[in-house]
Design a protein around this ligand. Structure first.
Ligand SMILES: Nc1ncnc2c1ncn2[C@@H]1O[C@H](COP(=O)(O)OP(=O)(O)OP(=O)(O)O)[C@@H](O)[C@H]1O
Ligand SMILES: [Mg+2]
Length: 598
């Protein structure tokens, strides 16, 4: 278990030209809904301006009431009341449509993005998955897209709204109350800048706390996922202490954080409000010596409040936008990765059976994630159409690897594999895999029902075919013995079935798939002698007429194959029929067999 799993979440990023231009690419998901987006933007700008006008009315009403109107409009207080009501209604209607429009754009756009992301991920090669963790990919498609969604539906709009408010607000007060505005402009920036510095420090601490929290979550996640391991090693106490320590660290950091935050709040309250009161005091003096109307002071206070709110919101909005840009970058990274499969091509599929001779010519291979370790060192194999061959050899000698290369799971480093004389390189990957059935060494099932898992071999199979496959794989009996029969839920990854049961489900799946080429990787390894005999019969029937590669540790199961290849450390050291190999004095196969049969 890794003790320091990476925290995939939402690190804050600084905005720069590079990631911004990358982020703009994501707008292509907005483009199909551009009409809504622009309409939303227009409503937003006009709505914000209406809002600003509305906020000026109370002050002007006060001016009218005290007999010194600023504008020669000849309006009564009642008129102002009506205007306010109308503007309020307009404002409300605008808000409604703006919200609906932006949500439409963001929901539709992000749904497209999600589908694209999922498709891109699904079409990647096995190596792509080996290099990443499930959690990482999941958080791209959930958390990151969620962030973009809220950026497009709320944050961008809010940012623009506050910008309109800020600019128009400053223009209004500079025009109406220039003197007071000047005083404000001289004092406020200092306060704002120092608050920003403080805020940055607080964010740093808050990030530290989040990281620690992520670490504790890792402990929880890992232990819950591997609870059997914890239990079987009786390590509950160890994990409990580990978790306890992690939680205590959070408390320590949180308390430190609380002190700084406390300081920040008292700073804001004293200095910020001090500043506001100072300006009000100046304003009151101006009213007293008649250089300003009461209504104007009133308006000034309202606008200053709104401006303050706008400025304050920029900090959070900026942070949210920056982390949305980070999310875009990560999402874009995945979208840019070239997959091994073109979904559109593969959908066409095709029904031509891929039969014929399989030839491995001097195949050299090392896993892309462990390049320096050579796994296959020039392997030669030949399987004629309809033949069965077996691979035997110690654990780790490369048997499963040989088999997975036929499925084009990884690129070769040297040599060639051909089917029917054509390199597998030239076969359509989907077509190739559709014609190969595999019963893997480690059977992993989907969490649904037994039926769903068997049907995965051929979703179009009929009920009869399903039952026949179950019978042929010798799984019908145990399936029927469950109260829910075929509808039995197998649990995550098939955990509620025994190893042998899982294996038989995998065989049933392969039977339904009805492939031309069959790969059996220790398909009977977790069965008792009796079941093994039954499954072996099923497999023999399944292999009839199909080209098969069998990997087996128990040599008894492969006596009758056409050719046996003995693998040692990535090299074929012997090959021949059972009888031939048994005749080789001191041969690898013979000594293996003597060990097993004696
Ligand atoms: N996905 C992988 N990435 C990197 N290395 C791998 C991967 N899978 C297997 N290996 C390495 O390749 C070598 C051969 O593994 P392989 O699974 O082919 O052995 P095997 O002969 O099937 O063994 P066993 O009988 O235990 O199943 C091993 O050293 C293994 O560590
Ligand atoms: Mg293996």
């Amino acid at each position: 278990m890794s003790r320091n799993r990476k925290n995939y979440d939402l690190d804050k990023v600084a905005l720069n030209q590079k990631n911004l231009s990358g982020a703009l690419k994501i707008f292509r998901y907005i483009r199909p809904h551009l009409g809504y987006f622009i309409a939303g933007m227009v409503l937003l700008v006009v709505g914000s301006l209406v809002f600003m006008v509305l906020m000026g009315i109370p002050g002007e009403m006060a001016n009218v009431a005290s007999g010194t109107p600023r504008f020669e409009l000849d309006l009564t207080i009642q008129d102002f009341g009506k205007i306010m009501l109308i503007l309020l209604v307009i404002q409300g209607v605008f808000s409604y449509f703006r919200t609906v429009f932006f949500t439409t754009v963001s929901e539709r756009g992000m749904a497209d993005l999600r589908k694209d992301l999922y498709n891109t991920i699904m079409t990647q090669s096995i190596t792509f998955f080996e290099q990443r963790r499930v959690g990482e990919l999941t958080s791209r498609i959930t958390a990151d897209v969620e962030q973009l969604q809220s950026a497009f539906s709320v944050t961008l709009a809010e940012f623009l709204r506050q910008l309109v408010i800020l600019i128009s607000g400053i223009a209004i007060i500079a025009f109406w109350t220039p003197k007071l505005s000047l005083i404000m402009l001289l004092t406020f920036p200092i306060i704002v800048v120092s608050a920003m510095f403080f805020g940055r420090y607080i964010r740093k601490l808050s990030k530290k706390r989040q990281d620690e929290l992520a670490k504790t979550n890792t402990v929880v996640e890992e232990t819950l996922q591997s609870f059997q391991v914890v239990k079987s090693f009786a390590n509950e106490w160890y994990e409990s202490v580990r978790y306890g320590k992690a939680v205590d660290r959070i408390v320590k950091i949180s308390l430190e954080f609380a002190k700084v935050r406390g300081l920040f709040f008292s700073f804001i309250i004293t200095v910020l409000f001090g500043g506001i009161f100072y300006i009000l005091y100046q304003g009151a003096l101006m009213v007293e010596n008649d250089t300003m109307e009461v209504g104007d002071l009133f308006s000034f206070i309202i606008y200053t409040g709104i401006l303050g709110g706008a400025i304050a919101s920029f900090g959070t909005l900026y942070a949210t936008l920056a982390s949305a840009v980070g999310a875009t970058e990560r999402v874009q990274n995945i979208l840019d990765s070239e997959g091994e499969i073109n979904l559109k091509d593969s959908k066409e599929g095709n029904n031509i059976s891929l039969a014929g001779d399989i030839v491995y010519k001097n195949v050299q291979f090392s896993y892309p994630t462990r390049k320096e370790m050579e796994i296959l060192k020039g392997v030669d194999l030949k399987i004629a159409e309809g033949q069965k061959i077996a691979l035997v050899g110690q654990s780790g000698s490369g048997k499963s690897t040989i088999v997975s290369l036929l499925m084009k799971f990884y690129p070769l480093d040297g040599g060639e594999i051909t089917i029917n004389g054509t390199s597998i390189q030239d076969y359509n990957i989907t077509h190739l895999r559709q014609n190969i059935g595999i019963v893997p060494q480690e059977v992993i099932l989907f969490g649904g029902t037994i039926k769903e898992n068997i049907l995965y071999g051929n979703p179009n199979a009929t009920e009869e075919e399903l039952i026949e496959a179950a019978k042929k794989s010798n799984s019908f009996e145990f399936i029927e013995s469950f109260p829910d029969g075929f509808e039995t839920i197998v649990g995550e990854r098939g955990i509620k079935l025994s190893g042998g049961q899982r294996q038989r489900i995998a065989i049933a799946r392969a039977i339904l798939k009805d492939p031309r080429i069959l790969l059996l990787d220790e398909a009977t390894s977790s069965l008792d002698a009796e079941s093994e005999r039954l499954v072996q019969e099923a497999l023999d029937a399944l292999m009839e007429g199909r080209t098969s590669i069998i990997i087996a540790h128990r040599l008894a199961t492969i006596r009758d194959v056409d050719q046996i290849y003995v693998l040692e450390d990535g090299e074929i050291v012997e090959n021949g029929t059972h009888a031939q190999l048994m005749d080789v004095q001191g041969g690898a196969y013979r000594s293996l067999a003597q060990l097993q049969f004696s």
